[in-house]
Write a protein of this length. Structure first.
Length: 198
């Protein structure tokens, strides 16, 4: 009987294909999900990817997927025609971390979407993280610090141990450049971000 194949990390991924903007080429996704005229509250999401020792991960790739401000996904299976789709909003973004492990996205604050049992979820953004040394992608999501009431009702957030929920809540700040939500992603250790099965 043949032996099981050796485990492989998810890399190498070809950065020139996934994040070609760095090399002056156009890609299928970027860290800008909206246009200047996209409806909704325009926000910037930012943070850093850190390892268990607090060291920046400079080669991580972050992908996000979210609903628009009305709470509708740009996906054929979201056929709720009573909610508008925004031509200037992609709903999907991709960003490579820099030397300091930093990432950022220009987007809009998402609306609430139905979850299990058609129960509304709190506004959130889904993230996939991949980086060197990881055997598979890490899946997580983040919520907004100024959505306390909706966060209390969210079944996914409620399934997380209360002491670990802060790893999923992005802090809001108002800056001269606009509204920023900040959340670091910690891959392991005492402050590890909560990750979910896909």
């Amino acid at each position: 009987m043949p032996k099981q194949s050796a485990a492989q990390t998810i890399g190498p991924y070809f950065a020139i294909c996934l994040t070609p903007e760095i090399w002056g080429m156009e890609g299928i996704a970027s860290n800008t999900l909206r246009r200047s005229d996209t409806p909704g509250e325009h926000i910037r999401i930012e943070g850093r990817v850190l390892d268990g020792e607090g060291v920046a991960v400079s080669d991580a790739l972050i992908e996000i997927w979210q609903a628009n401000a009305a709470g509708r996904y740009r996906h054929p299976e979201d056929d709720r025609e009573e909610l508008a789709l925004d031509e200037g909003f992609t709903g999907f973004g991709r960003c490579r971390t820099d030397a300091d492990g930093a990432f950022s996205f220009e987007t809009v604050k998402p609306g609430r979407v139905p979850g299990q049992g058609n129960r509304l979820q709190a506004p959130h953004v889904s993230l996939i993280v991949q980086a060197r040394g990881m055997l598979s992608h890490a899946f997580t999501r983040f919520y907004f610090s100024d959505e306390e009431a909706a966060n209390e009702e969210d079944a996914v957030l409620a399934s997380v141990e209360a002491a670990r929920r802060p790893t999923l809540i992005a802090a809001r700040s108002e800056t001269p450049d606009g509204i920023v939500y900040r959340l670091d992603i910690v891959l392991q250790g005492d402050e590890e971000t909560v990750f979910f099965d896909a």
